[in-house]
Design a protein around this ligand. Structure first.
Ligand code: ARG
Ligand code: ZN
Length: 860
């Protein structure tokens, strides 16, 4: 077991301003794979103006020397522990110089300075800078950074850091020395360094005020053309932020580096973003429409951080949602403006209803502003990010676009250059709009998924329609007591072919709203998913279909079909238990038939309506999840739809022509609908010819992958041969091969267990590369519920073994993979026992803090 001191959780309530600050930092790196030499010089200032003890954070560092104001200290003048460097009696104003040796090659955690395919790169958020140097590694210490990089000029033509390049010279020994200066004071988590041999795609952008910004994308050799879309996305994001929020870029250069080894999606380091290559590289042959979409959204996300995150940053890590919730909201608005608002909203709703609701219901439940953290990396969650974005969205809904903009303007006016709190943000919104938001603040401190129960009543005599609403948030693992929240509830009342919209503000546990009407309306509740809650209202099948046809809000129309399917699942499971066959209602089939014969103008929306909800979406509706029953019910639905509408699927499929590929809304929508049709078609007949035809003749990855998915879902005999063709074709392109890994690991058949073993022996598989590990084991638990939850518990064992193996290599990856094992309470007793057993075994091992925090919570 690691030292007990490693296991001390930090509390938000313990926040103290730093006793020393650092105004200027000078870093000088002499790069070497196993022995990089770093000289770090800091200008320190004590806050009190008195001498005192300086305590710096540091991990896995080899400290060579310490000097204060030019005087080298003897080893007994300071103290080094596994996590700190302690310097007693430091003068109120001092210059500290540290010499440190680093071993990037041994760094498989991919935090701090590490090697990715031979290139040096860094990841410092949240607390990775302390793996580079002893430092005040906290976001409220903002300093100006100057970075020198010295490295072999031939092997590392690109030597990059934050800010502007101010010096470059060739040394006599064949090394190059460059100097970068970042004029904007920043916390250490935004520091970045990259050194390597890349291809560079260059572009430029002229800001609204006429400043020219150089844009540079650094990618692996030979991949320049695949960065074009990311570059264009960046320009769109820059323009959008000027137009929407009046925010311009502030440096002369914006660089993005794509690396293969990366723990997350991307990182917004000032002026030098580092991206997982999968979110930069794309062309029609190798990337799907979804890949293109994700690239635009993540490029946007990191760019938007320049204001919401970098110019105004977080006081402490409990405030993470200050920058992440807000920036996700901004990237969602950007994506909506670039494409379809409704489809983007549906995507966000899916994330909340699956992963976020599951997090609330599990042992790691936390508010968007957590109160207690052992390992910060465990709190880069769907709650902080996506529920955080929902909270910002509710403010936007309550204040309107203009009010929200006023609040943003005031926020930047007050806090540019500062490290602030979520409260500061809400204060700006409140003051700019003259509106009391005290009740709204509960969203920041309360965890859990509110349940909103609605009852209606129509009084024909009084011509009055009433909605009685009750909200209740069940206790969560972290918090027993809950209070009522401010819920913006968008509704529509449908009556006589008309729809009337309202925005209700619910502030009490129970509230009644009445409306003057002439006829009994059908209420459309929670339109646009205006609050991240679980809604309960007793709709009839006919009412849901009416909403699907007549509501103004697209999200509500889609949601009606979702609710309809949830009712079918319950009915089908009841039928399973009584040993009878379940037949889908004729009205639902008829709705689908019509939709196929005459798709809506928005084909992508049509495709969404025609898709049966995924396993996760259904599972989240159950307190105790009947895994195999859900899998069986969903499969039965697909089978019935396929059989009963066989002609219509084919008709619709054939009516959609494929044109020469472009990533463009109309085409994306066509491909989405065609792919839905193809999935159903495969359930009835051996569509071998059609599958072969689409696979061989299509000019893009989206359509090819659709064929492979259809084959996998229907266990088609072609699956094996097409998969091996695909593997051959893409064996040298790991990003594409990840799609093959993913499909292999999600094959819903017991053969998958031997497949998993073969996959990890594949020449392109590497335990060191998070993308590979996720492509195999992430896919296994996320997309293969039937096998992951196999009756004999094999799936759990496989994942548990991988988690333990990964914990020694890369704790962040291990800690994400363990997620599905934690919610053992959600399953039937036999599975509970199996899951608990693997978790208990895990807890008996020497775990990282990352894993320890989650596993111990789940067992307590
Ligand atoms: N700030 C980055 C982003 O927006 C994520 C960095 C996460 N890092 C981590 N170690 N968990 O999206
Ligand atoms: Zn972010």
């Amino acid at each position: 077991m690691s030292q007990i001191s490693n296991r001390q959780a930090k509390k938000l309530s313990d926040y103290k301003a730093p006793e020393f600050t650092i105004s200027d930092v000078e870093l000088s790196f002499e790069l070497n794979p196993e022995a990089t030499l770093l000289t770090a010089t800091y200008q320190l200032h004590s806050a009190s103006g008195c001498a005192g003890t300086l305590t710096l954070d540091g991990q896995e560092l080899k400290l060579l020397s310490v000097s204060v104001d030019g005087q080298r200290l003897s080893a007994d003048a300071y103290q080094v522990t596994s996590e700190q460097l302690i310097l007693p009696g430091l003068p109120a104003k001092a210059q500290l110089e540290l010499k440190i040796e680093l071993n990037p090659k041994a760094n498989t955690a991919l935090e701090g300075l590490y090697l990715s395919n031979g290139a040096y790169c860094t990841q410092c958020e949240a607390e990775g800078f302390r793996r580079i140097a002893y430092y005040l590694d906290r976001p409220d210490v903002l300093a100006r950074f100057t970075t020198h990089i010295i490295a072999d000029a031939k092997a590392y033509p690109a030597l990059l850091s934050n800010g502007n390049l101010v010096h470059s010279s060739l040394l006599a020994d064949g090394r190059r020395h460059v100097t970068w200066v970042d004029p904007f004071p920043k916390p250490s988590y935004l520091f970045a360094l990259v050194a390597g041999d890349f291809d560079c795609l260059k572009g430029s952008y002229t800001t609204g005020s006429g400043r020219e910004v150089a844009l540079e994308f650094y990618v692996d050799k030979g991949n320049k053309h695949r960065a074009q879309f990311a570059l264009e996305s960046l320009k769109r994001a820059m323009l959008w932020d000027e137009q929407t929020f009046g925010l311009e870029y502030d440096l002369d250069i914006y660089m993005v580096v794509a690396v293969d080894f990366f723990n997350m999606g991307a990182m917004e380091n000032k002026g030098l973003n580092v991206f997982n290559s999968k979110y930069v590289l794309a062309d029609q042959a190798s990337a799907t429409d979804t890949d293109f979409f994700n690239i635009e959204s993540i490029v946007g996300h990191e760019y938007f951080h320049n204001w919401t995150g970098n110019r105004v940053t977080c006081r402490d890590w409990f405030q993470l949602s200050l920058k992440e919730g807000l920036t996700v909201f901004r990237d969602q608005q950007f994506s909506a403006d670039m494409g379809s608002r409704t489809l983007n909203r549906i995507d966000a709703v899916k994330t909340i209803r699956t992963a976020q609701f599951a997090e609330d219901a599990g042992p790691m439940a936390h508010p968007i502003r957590p109160q207690q953290v052992l390992e910060m990396n465990n709190f880069y969650t769907v709650t902080v990010y996506d529920k955080g974005a929902e909270v910002i969205r509710m403010l936007h809904t309550l204040l309107g676009q203009d009010g929200f903009r006023k609040g943003m303007d005031l926020y930047f006016k007050r806090h540019d250059g500062q490290a602030v709190t979520c409260d500061d943000f809400v204060n700006a919104m409140q003051d700019a709009n003259g509106r009391d938001l005290s009740l709204f603040r509960r969203w920041y401190q309360q965890s859990g998924t509110p349940e909103l129960k609605v009852y209606s009543q129509f009084d024909a005599k009084k011509r009055e329609f009433k909605l009685l609403m009750q909200q209740h948030t069940p206790a969560t693992a972290d918090q027993a007591e809950k209070q009522p929240l401010l819920l913006p509830v968008r509704i529509e009342l449908l009556s006589e072919g008309r729809s009337q919209s309202y925005l209700l503000e619910m502030t009490e546990a129970s509230q009644e709203f009445s409306f003057a009407v002439s006829q009994q309306p059908v209420p459309v509740l929670l339109a646009d998913f205006s609050a991240p809650v679980k809604l309960q209202y007793h709709y009839s099948l006919a009412e849901l279909l009416q909403i699907a046809r007549e509501a103004k809000d697209g999200v509500a129309r889609w949601d009606a079909i979702q609710q309809l399917w949830q009712l079918q699942v319950k009915a089908a499971i009841a039928a399973q238990h009584s040993g009878t066959d379940y037949q889908l209602p004729a009205a639902l089939l008829e709705f689908y038939r019509q939709l196929l014969l005459q798709p809506l103008d928005d084909l992508a929306f049509t495709a969404e309506l025609l898709t049966v909800p995924c396993y996760d979406m259904v599972a989240e509706q159950f307190e105790q999840i009947p895994v195999q029953e859900i899998v069986q019910a969903l499969q039965g639905f697909r089978q019935q739809l396929a059989e009963k509408l066989a002609e219509q699927w084919l008709f619709c499929y054939q009516s959609l022509r494929s044109e020469a590929y472009q990533y463009e809304q109309q085409q994306v929508a066509q491909r989405a609908l065609r792919s839905v049709c193809l999935q159903y078609l495969c359930f009835v007949k051996d569509q071998g010819l059609l599958l072969q035809q689409q696979y061989q003749s299509s000019d893009n990855m989206t359509d090819q992958l659709a064929v492979l998915r259809a084959c996998r879902n229907s266990a088609h005999p072609l699956f094996a041969s097409l998969m091996s063709d695909f593997e051959q074709r893409w064996q040298h392109d790991v990003l594409v091969l990840d799609k093959w890994f993913n499909l292999s690991a999600s094959y819903p058949h017991p053969t998958v267990f031997s497949t998993l073993q073969q996959l990890t022996a594949h020449p392109q598989f590497s335990w060191q590369n998070p993308n590979r590990v996720r492509a195999v084991f992430g896919a296994f638990y996320q997309q293969n519920p039937a096998m992951f939850h196999a009756e004999d518990g094999r799936g759990y064992q496989v994942l548990a073994d991988v988690v333990l193996k990964m914990d020694a290599i890369n704790p962040q990856v291990a800690s994400r993979l363990v997620t599905p094992l934690l919610s053992w309470k959600r399953y039937q007793p036999a599975r509970q026992q199996q899951l608990k057993a693997v978790l208990q075994t895990m807890l008996s091992k020497d775990l990282s803090n990352d894993l320890y925090e989650k596993v111990s919570k789940s067992l307590s």
